[in-house]
Design a protein around this ligand. Sequence first.
Ligand SMILES: [Zn+2]
Length: 343
Amino acid sequence: MDKGVKQMAFLTADKTYTLYGLTINEKILPTNMRPNRKLSNGTGKVEYVTIHNTDDINEAKGTNDAEQYARATFNGNMGGVTVHYYIDETACWHIVPDNEVAYHAADGYYGPGNNSTIAIEIVMDGSGKDYDIKAEDRGARLAAIKLYENDLGIDRLTTHNRWYSKKYCPLYILPHWTQFKNKVEKYLNELIAAENKTVEAKEYDLYRVQVGAFTIEDNAYGFAEELKRKGFDAFVVKCDDGYFRVQVGAFSIRKNAEAYVLSLKAAEFDAFIIGVDKEGKNILGDVDGDGKITAADARLALRASVGTEELTAEEFKRADMDGDGKITAADARTVLRKSVELE
Ligand SMILES: [Zn+2]
């Protein structure tokens, strides 16, 4: 069967995910192939994002530069050099955990470059052709994301050259470093602006605490009675989706609702906060607002949770199931549960 043509074994990602619009393939090096210690004296704190350039290489059919560099690292062909990310015009590979040391800065095993920074290796050739510009642009996006995630300002974007002055790296970006830095700053500001928008969207007119949801009306009222006996002012809300929701309280300040959740939990009731609009309408879960809660709503919430979908303020309120002001995978799961009527 073997005709003598060896299939190249491309790396298979353990995880592929989209981070603020950037698709990342993750395959972490085994512990014996990476320094395997936390950044910044064991705390894992990222202090800087270090930019490198490495050269374009011939691409085997069906893959790309970033995968080839990542694979070379796995195959032990990088002479002990490790970086956190390889990124080119089409792909990005993540091979060392963000909070761990990689050996990329040539400033010694315990040098500040190696020990306190995330390394991004942008694969370029300096030709200024479309693919080259695209690789640089994607590298700038990734740098902005890593600064943002680690709560670092643009002053924490730096170069390999800073840690090891003998190496003129990033070779193709250093000649226009200020321009590159401005671009990263622009992307960073966009991320921060999006976050502020998220904070705005979490302001609800009213917060209620939900304790249960029933399809049978009598059960809902029975449960509300039980709550009342224990001193909680419970009421039943009949919702358009056919559910009778048992809720307590109505608070204009979220913190007060949180305190109420704690007393309910102390009395062994499972409670969570929901935000409602002026009409007191409980619209949670119907993310797209089409009147029913379906798997499409769950998908929308999931996409929002990983940053591939931007929700309107209204959609956001309907997707934020636990009312914590963020759309997370947990919210998406709750929507999904509702869509299959397990709740
Ligand atoms: Zn470098």
